[in-house]
Design a protein around this ligand. Structure first.
Ligand code: ATP
Ligand code: MG
Length: 382
């Protein structure tokens, strides 16, 4: 993008993005129902700031791709609107929206070299030769592909091909870039490496990125904010930290942190805490939260396995017997079968490996009130 365009972009960007070329994007009440009756996307609304990295995270069929395709312009919404950098693009053709895409199938041109593949979007835009050469060179350099410029896609590894696809989307500096599971086909090591790469490029250029994945770890590594999707709707759109610490639905608590859900009912609630009487008999203290309105009704208290601590038997919110102990690198995963009047499932913990108990040991379990979320049970509405 010539210098002048960058400057005009900045005129309607948030101050935080002063060095970047990203644009804000907003989606309002987007809806899509496919023929055959599935409502794939249902009233999705969100505001994305210039330079922000946002991820749609959700299980298969939750509407991530459909939402992205509507933003891209490849799928027509039944209702709702999409605004990019202040312009309503809802009815514009994909190529007129100024967005870049990277998809899971990287779709490189097999007969073209790496250089030619990356130059292609600039050729389409009649970029002057000298500038084209400079841009392609810089972009390949940034992705560590300069040495492979003359190779054809079949002479590259999967990860290298994926990087070429990324370069092709980045080369014309789109203010917003959309990526649908771009690393889905790669092994874990390459995925980790490319995640770092994508994040670095995004930050360096100040791009606005909308990314789709069903891998929660990937979402946590990359994103400023994550929209957790379920059945075509957004359950919660928040920073990774907020999603962990203040999940608004049991689905979010489970999807992000594989939370333990402990059944019980609220015995006391004050301005700063809730006391939950667990079905197993013990008392669990939780931070004050909305579920306070469900006093006396059954609730589920959710705690992430990594936020539970071992206590001596008889202390904490319950006592139980260690069933399994599994070493996972520096962590150890432990399951504990709680004792009590009512049988409930095992509780899962993650502890530093040095603090592992042994199977058969009786232990108490404790949690900080700030780490306990309380939900009505069964979950009512959304
Ligand atoms: N072209 C189509 N025609 C009819 N139904 C469709 C079509 N594309 C998607 N769907 C349905 O819409 C819903 C949302 O699909 P979508 O592809 O958006 O999900 P997704 O979250 O991207 O899933 P995945 O993680 O599997 O890619 C699903 O129930 C799917 O079966
Ligand atoms: Mg999809």
């Amino acid at each position: 993008m010539p210098e002048a365009d960058v400057m005009s972009d900045l005129s309607h960007s948030a101050p935080a993005a002063l060095t970047g070329s990203g644009k804000p994007l907003s989606v309002t009440r987007l809806r899509k129902r496919y023929r055959g009756g599935v409502t794939a996307v249902d009233e999705v609304s969100m505001e994305i700031a210039a330079g922000e990295f946002v991820t749609f995270l959700g299980s298969s069929g939750s509407g991530k791709t459909t939402t992205l395709m509507m933003i891209a312009g490849f799928c027509e919404p039944d209702s709702g609107s999409i605004v990019v950098g202040g312009n309503d693009v809802t009815r514009l053709a994909p190529q007129k929206r100024g967005l870049g895409f990277v998809f899971q199938q990287y779709l490189l041109f097999p007969h073209m070299t790496v250089w030619e593949n990356v130059a292609f979007p600039l050729q389409l835009r009649d970029t002057p030769k000298a500038e084209l050469r400079r841009r392609v060179g810089e972009t390949l350099e940034m992705a560590g592909l300069s040495a492979m410029a003359r190779r054809r896609p079949r002479e590259l590894s999967g990860g290298q091909q994926q990087r070429v696809a990324l370069c092709r989307a980045l080369v014309y500096r789109p203010p917003v870039i959309l990526m649908d599971e771009p690393l889905g086909a790669l092994d874990k090591k390459l995925r980790d490496q490319l995640q770092t790469e994508i994040k670095r490029i995004q930050q360096e250029l100040g791009l606005t990125v909308i990314y789709v994945t069903h891998d929660q770890e990937e979402a946590l590594v990359l994103s400023d904010r994550i929209a957790v999707m379920r059945d075509g709707r957004i359950d919660q759109f928040d920073t990774p930290r907020e999603l962990f610490e203040r999940p608004r639905t049991p689905f979010v608590a489970d999807f992000l942190g594989a939370a333990n859900f402990l059944p019980g009912h609220i015995e006391e609630h004050t301005a700063d805490h809730l006391l939950v009487r667990l079905d197993t008999g013990g008392l669990l203290k939780a931070r004050a939260q909305q579920a306070a309105s469900v006093a006396k009704a059954p609730v589920r208290a959710a705690v992430q396995p990594g936020r539970l601590a071992l206590r001596p038997a008889g202390e904490g919110f319950c006592t139980g017997t260690v069933e399994t102990v599994t070493y996972v690198g520096t962590l150890v995963r432990v399951t504990v079968r709680p004792e009590g009047a009512v049988a409930t499932g095992v509780v899962r913990l993650e502890l530093p490996a040095g603090r592992a108990p042994v199977p058969g040991e009786r232990v108490g379990l404790g949690a900080e009130p700030a780490d306990v979320s309380v939900f009505a049970d069964p979950e009512e509405g959304r």
